[in-house]
Design a protein around this ligand. Structure first.
Ligand code: SF4
Length: 121
């Protein structure tokens, strides 16, 4: 390896990486339960006790930071789902016998450069 090879390697190392993965924002996931359809079997709590709770009325509610969101409940009480709980919440919704667990996903839209009229042509 000649000295010009070493100089070239040093040059490449000093340049910002063109292959560095860009940070992709995670989608925001929220979940709510339609209590009118809930059977109270508790399967959701089995799947994700961080996100679902059964209250004294025998019905499931979503929760955040250990706090049940039962006022007002239904679609008026959406709980944020931590990424670590996402798969369990999806599984709970898939197996819920009341089909009353609803997941809402907000996907961030990447900024699209304004290409002006040239992009239309
Ligand atoms: S799994 Fe569905 S029906 Fe069963 S307690 Fe949870 S929300 Fe209610």
């Amino acid at each position: 390896m000649g000295s010009s090879d070493l100089q070239g390697e040093a040059y490449l190392r000093s340049q910002p990486s063109q292959c560095r993965p860009t940070e992709v924002p995670l989608p925001t996931v929220r979940v709510w339960i339609d209590q009118d359809l809930c059977t109270g079997d508790g399967l959701c709590v089995d799947h994700s006790p961080d996100v679902f709770v059964l209250l004294e009325d025998g019905i499931a509610y979503v929760a955040e930071s250990g706090q049940a969101l039962n006022d007002p409940g239904g679609s008026g009480s959406l709980a944020w789902v931590a990424p670590r709980n996402g798969a369990d919440v999806i599984h709970a919704a898939e197996t819920c016998p009341g089909e009353c667990i609803f997941i809402e996903v907000e996907v961030p839209v990447a900024e699209v450069p304004n290409l002006g009229d040239e992009a239309v042509a």
